[in-house]
Every structure is written in C-alpha cells, then in structure tokens.
Design a binder for this molecule. Structure first.
Ligand SMILES: [Cu+2]
Length: 160
C-alpha cells in the first residue's frame, strides 16, 4: 500500500475508515444521539426525581413510568432528565436478578425490539433520547441502569 503523505491520500483514508465504521459488525455507537419519534411513548429517566416504589415485580425507581403497560405496536424512547449518564438496558423477562447482570456491553446502544433480550440505550447523556424500541410481542420486560442497577434503578414494561 502507498504511504499516505499527501492530503488527498489522508482524506481518502478518513473516508475509508468512516465507511468501515458503518459496516455491520462494527461496534454500535454510544446511545443518546437519537431524535424523538412522533407518537413514541417516552419513559423519563431520573434517579433524582423518581423515587423507589414497590410493585408486584419488586422495587422500581429512576424511570417514569417505571411500571408501564403498552399495547403491541407501541414505540418507546427513554429520555435522560438528569445531569449525569444513565442507561436503560434489558435484564430479561423473568424478573430482576438480585445483583446486576449488566456488563459493559450495556454502555453501547443495541437492539430496537423489546423482545430481543439484549437491547440497551447505551450511555444516555443528559437530555438525550434513546433509539426507538418497538413493542412487538406480549410479555413482561425488565430493564435497569448499568450504573445504578443496585441503587436501585430499575423498571418494567408490560406489553399486552
Ligand atoms: Cu443510572
């Protein structure tokens, strides 16, 4: 390969690396760069505002509505109202594990379907919206924040 010593070659190298970054299989971007989709159900995210409450599923907190019921076809987006980073990340369909099951993967945006087991908003910066997440199948979906799962910071979405 030719050495990239002239500016044109450098520009070409940058373009190529941008293309590579967009190919499937490349790491997903961090969350929070998304626009609000018209008609989306917004779940507000704030550890400051939304205190723990007891539900039939266990303790939830940090999201509003943290015990949300929607119909199949709904589109959900998370919106960070705090001045620090959160995530909304799937922890499965069978309940809240006692310790956090979330790994570093939760800090990158993944998934757009609630019934996919590994969806996550990725790192959601202050005032950012998550990607739209689609409720495609009935079920009970448990999620939490990578940073504050044990605080607790957890929520449930029931799709019927
Ligand atoms: Cu958090």
């Amino acid at each position: 390969m030719r050495r990239m010593r002239n500016p044109r070659g450098l520009v070409l190298a940058c373009l190529v690396s941008m293309l590579v970054a967009c190919t499937p299989g490349a790491p997903p971007p961090p969350g929070g760069s998304q626009a609000l989709v018209p008609g989306a159900v917004v779940i507000q995210v704030s550890l400051i505002k939304y205190q723990p409450q007891q539900t039939q599923f266990g303790k939830v907190a940090g999201y509003d509505n943290a015990n949300l019921t929607v119909h199949v076809g709904a589109v959900i987006q998370f919106h960070n109202q705090d001045s620090f980073t959160h995530t909304a990340s799937s922890v499965g369909t069978t309940g809240f594990p006692s310790g956090s099951p979330l790994t570093d993967k939760a800090r990158s945006q993944s998934g757009s379907d609630l019934s996919q087991m590994e969806w996550s908003s990725g790192d959601l910066q202050p005032d950012a919206y998550s990607q739209p997440i689609h409720a495609t199948a009935p079920g009970t979906y448990f999620y939490g924040c990578f940073f504050h799962y044990n605080t607790p910071m957890r929520g449930v979405i029931t799709v019927q």
